[in-house]
Design a protein around this ligand. Sequence first.
Ligand code: ADP
Ligand code: MG
Length: 555
Amino acid sequence: MITDFLDLGLSNEILNAVAELGFEKPTPVQGTIIPQLLAENDDIVCLAQTGTGKTAAFGLPILEYLDQENKETQVLVLSPTRELCRQITQDLQNYAKYLKRIHIVSLYGGAAITGQMKSLKDGAQIIVATPGRLLDIIKRKAADISNINTLVLDEADEMLDMGFKDELDAILESAPEDRRTLLFSATLPKEVEAIARNYMKDPKIVTVGTRNAGAENVEHYYYMVKEEDRYAALKRIADYNPDIYGIIFCRTREETQKIATALQKDGYDADALHGDLSQAQRDNVMSRLKRRALHLLVATDVAARGIDVSGLTHVINYNLPQEIELYTHRSGRTGRADRKGISIAIINQREKGKIKRIEQVIKKEFTRLPIPTAREICEKQLLHLINGINAAEVSTDIDEFLPLINEQWDSIPKEELVKKMLSYEFNRFFDYYRKAKDINIQEKPKKDTDSRKKGERKERKLSRSEKDSKNFVLEECEKGFKWVKINLGYKHNISPRTIVDIARECGANKSDVGRIEITNDCLYVAIKKDLAKKIASQIDGGTLRKYKLTAEVLK
Ligand code: ADP
Ligand code: MG
């Protein structure tokens, strides 16, 4: 794998464009694929997680090979959705900034076909298209792909999921035999393998990173609530994260629209993206999202597939997807380009098994979090508001109005005024949360004897039940262990894994750490009797993230 753009074999024009985009070094997919595409002529199936830079991995070599003097269509890129088509086209145009005579056209449904046919008249060396629309245009003899030298199938699994199989077959049939075919996908289901077998010549399979693995930078959490509290849970999650900028996934178009409308009515910057919207509506939503004029996009899997919006903080599974594979695609919308991302699932009591199955697929664990309480949310929002006020720059323009302001406010004591101002901004939250009940579900703790019987020590150790600190009764510690109480809990985003890591850093072995009980604001970890004191004193006074730790051994 090559780790410097200069060593890839790309021309200066392309390197300059890439540098302007701020790409400092090739991603692993790029470092692996680009030299192969430039040096060899094999068909390639490339499996890599979302957000790993696949577009440039095929885009840069394609541009390198393009004959700028030839107006014929030389490259066809097929992708499943209009948004993705437009995005790939834009990316390619950016890479081709310093190549003079390159004409790239994108063809997708939902926009007037005549305009698209016209744009092909001047010759399109690269066509980026959705299968349905392309086939339509080929039938009208406005596009000719009989001389292409390269065919790229992007997000091939999704294309088949969307029922493009027949169109794909028809298109692949009319492309020349001696073309090179490149297939990109995050996963390799049977249908994609069949395409590779039938339409590719002895393809080399290149897997970068772990197949099907959740993106490295994404942390996975779930919240468990009663079915009827799902929407309330969503609102609380959004309220507890005042800087949220994310995508909320729903299963159907109807649900997507319903949730988006409800959020709007409740005062959130939210909107929907799904297939029932017109192209103009979809464009409008996407452009507001990218400008951050929209903070919450409620979307179906199909509509949001492959879209690349940088800096999304959260992906929320309002409902888990029917197919587990889709979870990978959803969570891949965040944690892109080395930034941390958070993927959240809201589930009901019967869906825990699904979380387990997803954990197996993504090879990562979920952490359960309690739904923040009304008080915690109000506290968080208030702090956000206060921090915002503290950080505001004072404009000299305000001086001019000071006499007026003083006249209005002189008679109000400062404390009163602060209260009034904060209430003005804040009553929406107070009003809603005053009546809000606790929507957390208490999970029944597993009986110790049960788990012992099954010999599931690990499971038992990591089992966590979420408890309200006030009502929490700590059970007697297991034999040979002592409880160590630490001042962090769920509300500090603590997971059992974190505690095990801390204990290990303080010199405990796996077997020295027993049960872990986490309540909202503190936790108890069982440590081998003879080590408890030593470990507690090592933890005590340390810090975790921004929190100061205290730890004490309980009697
Ligand atoms: P994928 O198709 O694998 O899901 P994309 O090609 O959409 O991923 O790229 C994801 C994001 O990473 C995009 O915003 C892209 O601009 C950015 N990116 C791609 N290559 C690099 C690089 N070498 N350095 C920095 N950012 C990159
Ligand atoms: Mg992609």
